[in-house]
Ligand binder design. Structure first.
Ligand code: ZN
Length: 305
């Protein structure tokens, strides 16, 4: 039997089929990350929970073999100067100086107010899904594109959302990419926000780049997840706007209706309230959005060779 076994071993192709990027997304682990992050408590810049989240993000980037970069600055806000720490993990980086780049981003800060706000969905789900993207990229890197995972900081307004209060981290990073001349290499940008909602309904965000949105719709169709995407068209000003403004094709993957639609801000009764807790988040929603986003990245990657 020895010779037969040896023959069978030799018959295995040198490059055995490996798991695809979207199949490498681990929904249960993503939910555990979300729980862990919420366990850190409030996570506004300067809080202990914020520092713990930063440490977790950096440890996962290191464990998954990403290249860590930080974009640190001090924002001038209505509450005075606030230190802001964008965190970037670069994956699948080749020696090619023109290698195309794709960015997946989400904010990891939470609101300053009200006291006790833990943002399971708003801040927690986006942080967690990017950690799971790091794990998936480690297991199944794409063929062509280098992927940047960007955890943006101080997305939330420190007082109330205006043209100058909010999106601090993303504005700074987008401007930096522009001044460094990197914009032409960036094929696209997907923002993930509030995608853990048990009652998942991803908006067709109307400022987003339509051709890039089509990849999300196509990936959702392929995975039989179309019922969760693009039933409603809404304009949501979020971190994607900062990147659109410097000429990067961008999509906001956001479920902007969180809880009964009875509250004053039009984004659901649990949005920016103490009701934004883990019981409103589901592993299934994280899995649907995670797999769909990564399949869209695979489809874009296959056209980037
Ligand atoms: Zn928010």
């Amino acid at each position: 039997m020895l010779t037969l076994l040896l023959a069978a071993a030799l018959a295995v192709p040198a490059h055995a089929p490996r798991v695809s990027l979207h199949d490498a997304f681990n929904g249960p682990q993503c939910y555990r990350y979300n729980q862990q992050i919420v366990g850190f408590g409030m996570r506004y810049p300067g809080s202990p929970g914020h520092a713990k989240t930063e440490a977790l993000i950096k440890s996962v980037i290191a464990r998954d073999g990403g290249i860590l970069e930080t974009d640190d600055f001090v924002a001038q806000t209505p509450r005075g100067p606030v230190p802001v720490h964008n965190i970037i993990g670069k994956f699948n980086v080749s020696k090619d100086p023109d290698q195309p780049i794709f960015i997946l981003a989400g904010h990891y800060d939470t609101l300053f107010q009200p006291k006790g706000f833990v943002g399971a969905n708003d801040g927690g789900s986006s942080t967690a899904i990017l950690l799971s993207f790091a794990d998936a990229l480690h297991a199944a890197p794409p063929t062509h594109m280098q992927i940047w995972l960007v955890w943006t900081d101080l997305e939330e307004a420190v007082k109330s959302f205006t043209a100058t209060d909010g999106l601090y981290g993303s504005k700074h990073l987008a401007h930096k990419l522009l001044t460094e001349g990197l914009v032409p290499r960036i094929k696209g940008f997907f923002l993930l926000d509030m995608i853990g909602d048990k009652d998942l309904d991803v908006d067709k965000e109307s400022q987003s780049t339509p051709w890039l949105q089509d990849f999300i719709a196509a990936a959702a169709r392929k995975l039989h997840y179309s019922q969760y995407f693009f039933k409603y068209s809404t304009a949501i000003t979020d971190d994607q706007v900062s990147f659109l403004n410097v000429g990067i094709p961008s999509v906001d993957i956001v479920d902007a209706t969180f809880g009964p639609m009875t509250s004053g801000d039009g984004m659901g009764a649990w949005h920016h309230t103490l009701q934004d807790t883990m019981d409103k988040v589901s592993e299934h929603s994280l899995n649907v959005v995670g797999r769909t986003t990564l399949l869209a990245v695979e489809m874009i990657d296959s056209q980037s060779g």
